[in-house]
Design a protein. Structure first.
Length: 645
C-alpha cells in the first residue's frame, strides 16, 4: 500500500471505532439510541429558534417614552407607533411595544439612550430555561456517547481526526491567539470608551449607567459610531458586475495555477433554472479538469441557505474499478491524466443569493458579495485541483479545521489591489477603482474586525469548554429538572477568564440575568470545532503574507500597464502569459502542489510545513520542523501568528 492508501484505511478504521464497531451488541444498541436522542434534541433546539427576525420575541412587552424614539429610522418609528399600545404616565406619552429582534437590533445600534438600550438588550437575551435545558441534555448525551466509545469527553472524540487533535491543543492555539490580539483589543477598548465619554458629555446617557466601563448593551451602538468615523460613502457596485468578477477570478486562476474558467452552454435539461451558469475548468493546454454549476441569484422558492459549495461528484480513480462497466464509466466525461490513470471528473455547485439587478441588466455586487464569491470559488477550485484516487479524500474532503484555508486565501486575493486591477472597472465610466478609496474602505472594514476576532475567540472557547468540561455526573432524566446551570456558569466564568489577556479581562463583562447560548445554534453543528474558521483565517493569513503579499506589492510599485491587464481575450488566446509575473505563478504552483493537490490525502501539518519551507527565511526552520509534528507547540505557533490584516 502507498501512503495515500494507508491514510484512507486509517481514516476508515478511526471512523468505525468512533461509531462503536468494537462494542458488544447491548452497547451498540445503546449507541444508536443515544445518537437518535441527540438528533431529536438537536431538531428541538433548532426548532426553538425564531423563524423570522420580524416576529415579536417571546418576552414581556417593553415600555418606551415616545420621546425616546429619537434617532430611529422614520419608517420604523411609524411602525412602532402603529403597532404599540399607547398610554400616559409621569414620563409623558408612553408606548408598550412587543419587541422583535429586528426592532431590538435597530435600537441597540442607533438609539442614543443608554437606559433604552439596556432594557432592549436584557429583553433580547433573557434566560430561556426550556432551550437551555435542551442544550444541556444534548451536551449530557454527547458526553455519554463519547464515554461509551472510550473517550473522556465529547471534545476528545470530536477533535481526534482534526488538525488540532485534542482539546488541550485547541486551548493552546486560542490562548496564544488571544495573547497576540490583546494589545489591539486594549487599544480598541480605549477607542470605544473615548466615544462613550464624548457621548456622555452631550447628556444622552441620562441615567449615567456606565460612564467608565463598557457594557454589552452599549456594544453595537459604540461599534457603529466608531465605524462611522472611518466610513467611506463610495459605492463600489458599478465596478463589480457579476461577469467582471468571474473574469477576474478566471484571470487570477490563470496567474496562480495556469487554469481558467470557460462558460459553456448546458445541454437541454442539464440545469434546474435558466439563471444557472455552467463553467468548465480547463488547464492552459485545454485539458478539462471539472465542471462548476453556478446558481447565484435569488429567486422565489429558492432555499435561503446563503452561500454554499456542494460536491455533486468527487474526483476518484476509475480505471482500476473492481466492477467493469461501473456507473462512473457511463456518467459523464473522464479525465485522462499524464500518468495514464483515469479519473472521474469532479462536479460541484456553487449557491449564493445575490439580488438580481435592474440596472442596465447587469447584476452588480457589493464588495462583501465579491468576497463571498471568491470564497466559494476557493472551495470549488480545491475540488477541481484536489483530484485524488479516492473520493473520500478528494478536494474539500479534508479535516474540518483545514478546509477553509483555500477559501479564505481567495478572500485575501479579493482584497488585494493588484488583483482587483485585473478586472474591477466602472461599467459606466470605464475607470478602475481608485486605490486610495479602496484602501480607506478596507481600513474601515478592518476596524470592526478587531471586535469580531474577539467574539469569535470567545465563542470558540465557550464551544470547547461546554463540550469538554461537562462533568457527566448530572443526569437530566433522573433529576426531572434538566436545567443544571452548567451552561450559564460556563458562559459567566468565561467573561472574566484571564485567557483574554486584556487589562479588563473580557472587553464586555457578563450581564446578570442574560444568557444568549440558546441562540448559539453553531454549538449543534460544530460541537468543539467552532475554532476551525479562526484557525484557517490565521493559516490563510500566513500563507498569503509569506508567499504572495510581497510579490503583489512589487507589482503594484511597478505600476502595471492597465491595457495589458484588462485585456481578457488575450489571456485566453495566449494562456501561458501571466500578468502578475513569474514569481506569483511559482508561488501559486507551490501552493497547488503542497496543499490543494492533496485534498485530505496527506497530513495537513506536513503539507503546511512543506509549503512554508518555500519561504523558510520568514518562518524559521525550527518553527517549520515543529509545525510538521502538529502538536500542542505547533498550535501555539499558529496562534502566535495572529490575525493582523
Ligand atoms: Zn467556506
Amino acid at each position: 500500500m502507498n501512503g495515500t492508501e494507508r491514510r484512507v484505511g486509517a481514516l476508515f478504521l478511526e471512523d468505525f471505532e468512533k461509531s462503536g464497531i468494537n462494542l458488544g451488541p447491548e452497547s451498540q444498541k445503546n449507541f444508536i439510541l443515544l445518537n437518535n436522542k441527540i438528533n431529536s434534541l438537536s431538531r428541538k433546539f433548532i426548532k426553538g429558534q425564531q423563524d423570522s427576525i420580524f416576529e415579536p420575541i417571546d418576552s414581556a412587552p417593553i415600555d418606551i417614552p415616545v420621546s425616546k424614539l429619537y434617532n430611529l429610522d422614520s419608517q420604523l418609528c411609524s411602525f412602532i407607533l402603529d403597532s404599540s399600545t399607547k398610554y400616559k404616565s409621569n414620563q409623558g406619552d408612553m408606548l408598550r411595544l412587543n419587541l422583535s429582534r429586528y426592532i431590538g437590533q435597530h435600537i441597540l445600534r442607533n438609539s442614543p439612550f443608554e437606559d433604552l438600550r439596556k432594557k432592549v438588550y436584557m429583553s433580547l437575551n433573557k434566560e430561556n430555561s426550556s432551550l437551555q435545558s435542551t442544550l444541556e441534555d444534548i451536551l449530557f448525551t454527547r458526553h455519554k456517547v463519547a464515554n461509551l466509545v472510550g473517550f473522556s469527553s465529547y471534545s476528545v472524540l470530536a477533535l481526534k481526526d482534526k488538525m488540532a487533535k485534542s482539546p488541550k491543543n485547541v486551548e493552546s492555539f486560542l490562548s496564544s491567539l488571544a495573547k497576540q490580539e490583546s494589545l489591539r483589543w486594549d487599544a480598541y477598548t480605549k477607542q470605544l470608551l473615548q466615544i462613550q465619554k464624548c457621548l456622555d458629555a452631550k447628556g444622552f446617557n441620562s441615567n449615567t449607567l456606565s460612564s467608565d466601563t463598557l457594557q454589552l448593551w452599549n456594544r453595537d451602538f459604540l461599534i457603529y459610531k466608531n465605524q462611522q468615523s472611518y466610513s467611506t460613502s463610495i459605492d463600489f457596485r458599478p465596478y463589480f458586475s457579476l461577469g467582471r468578477v468571474f473574469m477576474g477570478i478566471s484571470r487570477l486562476l490563470t496567474n496562480l495555477y495556469g487554469v481558467h474558467l470557460e462558460s459553456v452552454e448546458p445541454s437541454p435539461g442539464e440545469i434546474w433554472d435558466p439563471s444557472v451558469k455552467k463553467l468548465e475548468v480547463r488547464t492552459d493546454s485545454g485539458l478539462l479538469l471539472g465542471i462548476i454549476y453556478c446558481d447565484l441569484l435569488e429567486r422565489f422558492g429558492k432555499s435561503p441557505i446563503g452561500a454554499a459549495h456542494f460536491n455533486v461528484k468527487c474526483s476518484r480513480r476509475v480505471d482500476d474499478d473492481f466492477f467493469q462497466n461501473s456507473y462512473s464509466y457511463t456518467n459523464g466525461p473522464i479525465m485522462h491524466t499524464t500518468n495514464k490513470k483515469v479519473h472521474q471528473l469532479p462536479v460541484v455547485v456553487l449557491v449564493c443569493s445575490f439580488k438580481k439587478s435592474t440596472d442596465n441588466n447587469l447584476t452588480l455586487l457589493n464588495f462583501d458579495e465579491v468576497e463571498t464569491l471568491f470564497h466559494e470559488m476557493g472551495h470549488a477550485i480545491h475540488s477541481m485541483l484536489g483530484g485524488t484516487d479516492f473520493q473520500n479524500i478528494s478536494g474539500t474532503r479534508c479535516p474540518m479545521d483545514f478546509v477553509e484555508l483555500p477559501s479564505i486565501l481567495m478572500e485575501k486575493f479579493a482584497s488585494s489591489y493588484p488583483v482587483l486591477r485585473m478586472f474591477a472597472k466602472n461599467y459606466i465610466t470605464g475607470s478602475p477603482i481608485d486605490k486610495g478609496d479602496f484602501k480607506k474602505y478596507i481600513e474601515a472594514k478592518n476596524s470592526t474586525a478587531i471586535y469580531d476576532t474577539h467574539s469569535q475567540i470567545f465563542m470558540s472557547i465557550l464551544d470547547l469548554r461546554l463540550h469538554s468540561n461537562f462533568n457527566g455526573e448530572f443526569d437530566p432524566a433522573s433529576t426531572g429538572n434538566p436545567y443544571s446551570g452548567f451552561s450559564t456558569n460556563t458562559l459567566r466564568s468565561l467573561h472574566s477568564d484571564p485567557v483574554f489577556g486584556s487589562v479588563s479581562g473580557n472587553i464586555f463583562p457578563y450581564v446578570h440575568g442574560t444568557n444568549w447560548l440558546p441562540k448559539f445554534t453553531h454549538l449543534i453543528g460544530y460541537g468543539s470545532s467552532y475554532y476551525a474558521y479562526l484557525f484557517d483565517r490565521v493559516l490563510a493569513g500566513i500563507v498569503f503574507n509569506s508567499l504572495f503579499s510581497k510579490v503583489l506589492q512589487n507589482i503594484h510599485q511597478e505600476k502595471v500597464d492597465d491595457n495589458t491587464i484588462v485585456d481578457f481575450k488575450s489571456a485566453n488566446s495566449s494562456p501561458k502569459s501571466t500578468y502578475l509575473g513569474d514569481d506569483f505563478r511559482q508561488a501559486g504552483e507551490a501552493y497547488k502542489n503542497e496543499i490543494l493537490k492533496w485534498g485530505g490525502g496527506r497530513d495537513p501539518w506536513v503539507s503546511l510545513a512543506k509549503l512554508l519551507s518555500h519561504c523558510e527565511h520568514e518562518i524559521g526552520s525550527t518553527n517549520i520542523e515543529t509545525l510538521s509534528k502538529g502538536n500542542e507547540k505547533a498550535m501555539d505557533i499558529v496562534g502566535s501568528w495572529g490575525l493582523s490584516p
